[in-house]
Design a binder for this molecule. Structure first.
Ligand SMILES: NC(=O)C1=CN([C@@H]2O[C@H](COP(=O)(O)OP(=O)(O)OC[C@H]3O[C@@H](n4cnc5c(N)ncnc54)[C@H](OP(=O)(O)O)[C@@H]3O)[C@@H](O)[C@H]2O)C=CC1
Ligand SMILES: O=C([O-])CC(=O)C(=O)O
Length: 266
């Protein structure tokens, strides 16, 4: 039995708890949230993981795997220390790696602990193809993220415009994946993932669009290189609890943890 600590108990964390609640090979032993989030997390735990402790940091013993689904700050706060202690980590907040020095800090922490940090594909697909294509030489990678206006609330997209009254699709950001991930930490993790698998955070061109004509979170990747080319379009259903986040992110995290305990991983 693999004992998991889930960091974050929001839209992703609670959906993951639901999917893991009857898993015979994986047990959620701890749910890690900030002090102020504890009452809500305890209510979720009571329903979905009654044996889990609700705590403000990852327990120092008895945890085989940390799954981060909390936000960029949780990487420094919880993932780096866990890696240094030798606990493998699965990370959803890939955009955090846009901060200068953080990818190197993660590598050093994993080396110190003789373990590994896994960045999940999350809401996007074809990360395997992109990372493989890189070996042959990638020439261009373009990423476009398109979400309904409500998914951009609380972001710089609100500056100078009323999202609720947008009548047509509006480009709210155009630039590098690094800048997208920094400015839109809850919306541009996919931009960071595509760039880390492909051409890097500074070379990957990103467009983010608020589009009143869509209900889904639409992610498009166009890549070209020595391997040939591909175009990918994902039309993801958002989670009811958080319109910024696609349900696929939860399934991607679930796949990552299940693959750790299955004799045949895919
Ligand atoms: N790779 C991908 O494709 C995607 C990645 N993500 C990443 O996943 C993160 C979580 O998404 P989602 O579940 O929808 O977000 P929610 O806002 O619904 O939930 C976040 C949860 O994390 C908790 N939390 C916040 N900061 C910390 C911290 N420092 N330590 C521990 N817990 C913390 C929150 O507690 P409280 O409510 O008390 O603040 C809350 O329980 C996003 O912020 C984003 O970075 C999201 C979508 C796609
Ligand atoms: O869940 C999604 O559709 C993508 C997302 O929020 C992100 O890239 O951060």
């Amino acid at each position: 039995m693999e004992r998991i600590a889930i960091v974050g108990c929001g839209a992703i964390g609670s959906s993951l708890l639901e999917l893991l609640k009857d898993d015979a090979a994986l047990e959620v032993a701890a749910i890690v949230v900030p002090e102020e989030g504890m009452p809500a997390a305890r209510a979720v735990a009571q329903r979905l993981a009654p044996r889990a402790v609700v705590v403000s940091s990852v327990p120092l013993a008895g945890i085989d795997l940390v799954v981060e689904a909390a936000g960029h700050a949780a990487i420094e706060q919880h993932v780096l220390p866990a890696l240094r202690r030798g606990t493998p980590c699965v990370v959803a907040s890939v955009g955090a790696l846009s901060a200068q020095g953080l990818p190197e800090a993660l590598e050093r922490a994993a080396q110190t602990g003789k373990t590994q940090v896994q960045l999940i594909a999350g809401a996007i697909g074809a990360i395997d193809a992109l990372a493989a294509a890189r070996a042959g030489g990638l020439e261009t990678v373009r990423y476009t993220g398109r979400k309904p206006p409500r998914a951009w609330s609380g972001t710089p997209a609100e500056e100078g415009r009323n999202l609720a009254s947008l009548a047509t699709e509006t480009v709210i950001f155009e630039g590098s994946a690094r800048e997208a991930a920094r400015l839109y930490p809850k919306n541009a993790n996919v931009a960071a993932t595509v760039s880390l698998a492909g051409l890097g955070l500074d070379q990957t061109r990103v467009r983010l669009i608020a589009d009143p004509a869509v209900d889904e979170n639409v992610h498009q990747v166009e890549a070209e290189g020595a391997f040939g080319r591909f175009e990918l379009t994902m039309r993801n259903k958002p989670l009811a609890a958080n319109p910024k986040t696609s349900a696929l992110t939860v399934y991607s995290a679930l796949r990552a943890v299940r693959n750790r305990v299955r004799p045949l991983a895919i």
